[in-house]
Design a protein around this ligand. Structure first.
Ligand code: NCD
Length: 310
């Protein structure tokens, strides 16, 4: 029996397959609520603290929409400069303060491990909304949910993860999830931006078939799903390094049509040039549907950790 009550969601590495499937089936049930067809108040009286110390549009708004559409309420902090962290308060002290007001914390921070530091200091659940170049578990769960919904299955698929696999946190978390399935992973990146060994070791341990390559066009011919990512400008110490890589892989409509017109195209967004605008016209362009799934998946997680059900 899977029990999320009171649990933190900090990494996807520690999730079991039954926990992953529990989130997916729960999210399915929340779709009509996320899509504004039905309303519910199952989290009435509960308060979520939304702490976003790094820029965000989608993740912040979808967490907050999810909480409010479940009948809960939200208090928020945006940016380090407007919080006591700027005065030198530690993450654990901040977490203890927030715990006195809120029932659950969603936190984004530039430092990998920051959500865990907060979680260790408090008893209420902490949800990692992105920690630097570390992980982004809720995004990866909505990515997996999207693959399932777009393709009707996960097992048997060839999935290309493309771009900045070193600093891109969504692909770290997604790879840990995909390691539970019978998939063929193609990790496409420049050599300097390869998937960290910590992640590839996990894939190898779990017996996942994967390959690492710089050859984007060849990979596209094999892929059922192409998951594009942005080169993570904010993680580069040297701007010249970023400039070297920023346009390394660009998915165009022509490229999709030549290689595999049936391909599902995903991106956690924001895109900054790596998917041409005319790709949006293709039936396989799933990135806006993917974004929409974020609310249902976050509703599922919030309801599970707070012990409420429909
Ligand atoms: C991603 C992130 O913040 O890691 N965005 C998101 O949450 N949808 C991807 C990115 O910023 O490139």
């Amino acid at each position: 029996m899977v029990d999320f009550l009171g649990q933190d969601v900090l990494s996807t590495k520690s999730l079991s397959k039954s926990e992953i499937e529990k989130v997916m089936t729960t999210a399915e049930g929340f779709l009509p609520y996320a899509n504004k067809e039905k309303t519910t108040e199952i989290l009435k009286g509960k308060l979520m603290a939304s702490l976003f110390y790094e820029p965000s549009t989608r993740t912040k708004l979808s967490f907050e929409s999810a909480m409010q559409r479940l009948g809960g309420r939200v208090v928020s902090v945006v940016g380090i400069e407007s919080s006591s962290l700027a005065k030198g308060e530690t993450l654990s002290d901040t977490a203890k303060v927030v715990e006195t007001y809120a029932d659950v914390i969603a936190v984004r921070h530039s430092q990998p491990g920051a959500p865990r530091e907060m979680a260790d200091a408090v008893d209420i659940p902490v949800l990692n909304a992105g920690d630097g170049a570390g992980e982004h578990p809720t995004q990866a769960l909505l990515d997996l949910f999207t693959i399932q919904n777009e393709r009707g299955k996960i097992d048997g698929l060839t999935i290309a993860l493309v771009g900045d696999l070193k600093y891109g946190r969504t692909v770290h978390s997604l790879a840990y999830l995909l390691a539970h399935y019978d998939v063929n992973l193609i990790l496409v990146s420049p050599d300097q931006l390869k998937m960290p060994a910590e992640v590839t070791n996990d894939l190898a341990e779990k017996g996942v078939v994967f390959s690492e390559t710089e050859d984007f066009e060849e990979s596209l011919k094999q892929a059922d799903v192409c998951y594009m990512t942005r080169i993570q400008k904010e993680r580069f110490a040297d701007p010249a390094e970023y400039d070297r890589f920023k346009d390394v892989y660009i998915l165009t409509k022509e490229l999709v049509e030549q290689s595999n017109p049936e391909m599902t195209i995903m991106h956690p967004l924001p895109r900054v040039g790596e998917i041409s605008l005319n790709v949006d016209e293709l039936p396989g362009a799933a990135y806006f549907r993917q974004m929409r799934n974020g609310v249902a998946v976050r509703m599922a997680l919030l309801s599970l950790v707070l012990g409420a059900s429909l």
